[in-house]
Design a protein around this ligand. Structure first.
Ligand code: FES
Length: 148
C-alpha cells in the first residue's frame, strides 16, 4: 500500500488527521513533506495547520530516524555542566546536526529538557540507555563503540 493509498483509506474529514499521521508514523517511522502535501490536499487542511499540529505531536518525526538515537539533555543542570559542548562534539565527530539524522543514517541527534537525573548531569541517552556525568570525550568514545 502506498502512503497515498493509506491516506485515502480514511474519511476525507479533519477528524482523520491524527489517525493518518499516527499510521504513517508507525509504518514509515516519519512523515515526509510529500505526505504532508498529500494529506493537505485530501483533507482540505492547509500544510501550515498540519505543521502547527505536528509541533504538539511529539511522537511524530519529520525525517527518517537513524539506526542510533542519541538524546542530549539541555536542561539547566546539564547545560551548566557542559551539554552544549557534548552536542558540538557529536555534531563534529558524526557529521550530524542537532534535531537531524546524519546523511549515512547512522545517528539521529535529539535533545530533551530533562531526564530527571539532574544530580548526575550532564546526561545523554544512547539507544534508550542513559549515561550520566558525561564528558564530550567519553560520549564520543561510547558512540564510536556503539555505532562502528
Ligand atoms: S537538567 Fe539534565 S537531567 Fe535534569
Amino acid at each position: 500500500m502506498t502512503n497515498k493509498e493509506i491516506i485515502e483509506s480514511y474519511k476525507s474529514e479533519k477528524e482523520s488527521l491524527n489517525l493518518i499521521l499516527d499510521e504513517l508514523q508507525e509504518i514509515n517511522g516519519f512523515i515526509s513533506k510529500n505526505d504532508i502535501m498529500e494529506i493537505s490536499n485530501y483533507l482540505g487542511i492547509s500544510e501550515k495547520e498540519i505543521m502547527i499540529l505536528l509541533k504538539y505531536k511529539k511522537n511524530i518525526k519529520l525525517e527518517k530516524q537513524g539506526k542510533n538515537i542519541v538524546i542530549v539533555c539541555k536542561g539547566p543542570n546539564c547545560l551548566k555542566k557542559g551539554s552544549l559542548d557534548i552536542i558540538k562534539a557529536i555534531e563534529k565527530e558524526f557529521n550530524v546536526k542537532e534535531g537531524h539524522t546524519s546523511l549515512d543514517g547512522k545517528i539521529t541527534l535529539e535533545t530533551k529538557n530533562c531526564f530527571k537525573k539532574c544530580a548526575f548531569a550532564p546526561n545523554v541517552e544512547v539507544n534508550g540507555k542513559l549515561y550520566s556525568n558525561c564528558t564530550k570525550d567519553n560520549i564520543v568514545k561510547i558512540l564510536k563503540d556503539v555505532i562502528y
